[in-house]
Design a protein around this ligand. Structure first.
Ligand SMILES: C[S@@+](CC[C@H](N)C(=O)[O-])C[C@H]1O[C@@H](n2cnc3c(N)ncnc32)[C@H](O)[C@@H]1O
Length: 194
């Protein structure tokens, strides 16, 4: 696939732009927040989020995307295989048209969720296998795997009306588990000490 992506960028083509209408309004304020963009390409979507104030870490391994990467003071590019990177804690994690290309999707998702801060959001933008023609299945994801691997609360699942390949926006939230906080409090301050 690397060659395919390099050829695509060399021809100066772009993937379908981020449909900001499908990103909840409360995520449009990124002041003081960190966003990881997994498989960022040239950084078009990252630039949109940077405009909303996010500090972005952009991950990709295409040499051609690197040559054409968009500059922005809030974007830091990390070039190389995203399946071999460690990730910093983040408020938002974006996988736009990229998760399907991970060799081990389950492992990558689990590592991403680990980096997601409580209260943070995971945005997966992708076509899904049942709605994708056989010759394009490699660019789509298995929705069930997405739910099983993330185990996060799905707060929105919308089809992008501007996409001709049935692209969905899945938005998950990593909840702050108050009952766990209770358990932590019990351990640190046993009830008999309170
Ligand atoms: C379909 S493109 C989408 C690019 C960008 N997110 C967009 O929507 O414009 C998929 C991107 O994922 C990158 N990619 C795929 N597998 C990768 C990997 N293992 N490590 C890093 N980048 C990868 C490709 O280089 C490519 O830029």
């Amino acid at each position: 696939m690397k060659k395919v992506f390099n050829k695509f960028y060399k021809e100066n083509r772009s993937y379908l732009a981020l449909n900001t209408k499908l990103i909840p309004k409360y995520l449009h304020n990124g002041q003081g927040k960190v966003l990881l963009d997994i498989g960022c390409g040239r950084g078009e979507a990252a630039k949109e989020f940077a405009g909303w104030g996010y500090s972005i870490y952009d991950y990709d391994n295409s040499i051609e995307a690197r040559k054409q990467a968009l500059e922005h003071r809030k974007i830091t590019y990390i070039w190389g295989d995203f399946e071999r990177r460690s990730f910093p804690p983040a408020n938002v994690i974006l996988c736009k048209l990229s998760l399907a290309f991970a060799k081990n999707k389950k492992k990558l998702l689990k590592r991403l969720i680990w980096s997601l801060l409580p209260g943070g959001h995971l945005i997966v933008i992708s076509p899904i296998i049942p709605e994708t023609p056989p010759e394009k299945k490699h660019i789509a994801i298995n929705e069930k795997l997405l739910y099983e691997a993330t185990k996060l609360k799905l707060i929105s699942r919308k089809k992008d009306p501007l996409s001709n390949i049935n692209t969905y926006y899945f938005i998950f939230k990593k909840q702050i588990l108050l009952h766990n906080l209770g358990k932590v409090a019990d351990k640190c301050f046993p009830k008999k000490c309170r």
